[in-house]
Design a protein around this ligand. Structure first.
Ligand code: HEM
Length: 358
């Protein structure tokens, strides 16, 4: 299983690098590409393939069964196939459907072992990934699938916060409020299929609800006062919740925009601001525990976090003010911040391995 883990991890990192390149082509950098379809592949590669593989890998490690690795491996194969042979995109899309269906089965096995709110929420997240992949594989435009993909990341991360048990002692109204917000998210998603104008707004409202709920009940508000790693994690979390809340507000204001500046702002407040702030914050705890990578916290991690946030402010301001150049540079530095963080992680892993006794 160590080999399966290493293969899935290496494959997903390769896909992340290619999809970041695709993102920069997509935002307008006139750089070389080996296939004209690459820019258009950025969204599915990033979510269904890279995050699909990484998150399913985390669950496969938790389940500890060899068959569970089929999901991340299929997501990686589908990603590599769509990059190498864009003419086979439809096959890649159906492989991604299969990968997420398998991931759903992994989630069901996890629930059999442990039935808790967070395992059910994780499973709901996988279901939204499966529906999003299905919509895309059937040939519908990506902007119809994208809300389901967004819910996949939002629900998965919310579930991980519950799982990590980092929540303060909860008030009696906390869980009822959580369920109401979750119903809004589910209803919003379903409505995007028939009444997108209402659906995207209700989904946006649900995301604002999640952001407020997490900001209120996550222990981050207390740990932000501690030094070192707890402070770093708490800052990442609180920033992430703020970005998700802003994304939800934009969705409520603008509704279903299928492309362009506002679409970019609605998506990337959550995809870059929320998701990557959470990844930066969780990496020093999740990577060692789940992926068995000896990642150590270092204060240098603040540098990519600051870069990510300043460049995202520039990008979103560019989107809202329709300033192409701000968006262009903001997007470039978003990608640089992500690469910078990966570089720091890689250095800490190499140093820890060298320091470990043979
Ligand atoms: C890091 C730098 C990134 C850049 C420069 C970037 C750039 C872009 C651009 C320019 C678009 C098209 C917006 C438009 O219609 O004008 C787009 C769409 C999209 N992005 Fe990103 N992105 C980045 C990161 C991410 C991340 C981290 C995710 C997911 C977690 C993501 C997921 C998506 C998705 C799903 C779409 C919709 C695709 C479609 O409609 O075809 N992006 N991105």
């Amino acid at each position: 299983m160590t080999r399966l883990r290493a293969l899935s991890l290496a494959g997903s990192i390769l896909i992340l690098l290619v999809t970041l390149w695709a993102a920069l082509l997509r935002i307008g950098w006139d750089w070389p590409t080996f296939t004209p379809q690459l820019a258009g592949m950025h969204g599915p590669l990033m979510i269904s393939s890279f995050f699909g593989a990484l998150i399913a890998l985390e669950r496969a490690v938790a389940l500890g069964k060899a068959w569970a690795y089929a999901s991340p491996i299929l997501a990686v194969i589908a990603g590599l196939l769509s990059i190498a042979l864009p003419g086979w995109l439809i096959l890649a899309a159906w492989l991604l459907v299969l990968s997420s269906a398998l991931y759903l089965a992994v989630g069901a096995a996890v629930i059999q072992r442990q039935s808790a709110i967070f395992t059910w929420l994780l499973e709901a997240g996988v279901l939204t990934l499966l529906v999003g992949n299905f919509i895309w594989a059937l040939g519908y435009p990506i902007f119809l699938a994208v809300w389901w993909w967004m819910a996949f990341l939002v629900l998965t991360i919310a579930a991980e916060r519950l799982e990590l048990g980092r929540l303060q002692r909860l008030a009696s109204w906390a869980f009822p409020a959580f369920y109401i917000v979750s119903v809004a998210v589910g209803a919003g998603l379903l409505l995007t299929l028939w009444l997108p104008g209402t659906g995207v707004r209700v989904l946006g409202l649900g995301m604002v609800g999640y952001a407020l709920w997490l900001a209120r009940f996550d222990i981050a508000r207390r740990t932000v006062k501690y030094p070192g790693l707890p402070k770093f994690i708490a800052i990442c979390l609180l920033i992430g919740y703020a970005w998700m809340g802003l994304g939800g507000v934009l969705m409520m204001i603008y509704g279903p925009v299928p492309a362009g500046f506002i679409y970019d702002a609605m998506l990337h407040t959550t995809f870059v601001g929320f998701v990557f702030s959470m990844i930066f914050g969780h990496a020093p705890i999740i990577f060692p525990a789940v992926l068995r990578l000896p990642v150590r916290y270092t204060p240098k991690m603040y540098a990519p976090l600051v870069l990510l946030n300043i460049s995202l402010i520039l990008r979103i301001a560019g989107d809202l003010a329709q300033q192409r150049v701000w968006r262009l540079w903001g997007g470039l530095f978003n990608a640089i911040a992500i690469l910078f963080f990966i570089g720091i992680i890689a250095v800490t892993v190499i140093r820890s391995k060298r320091a470990a006794p043979a």
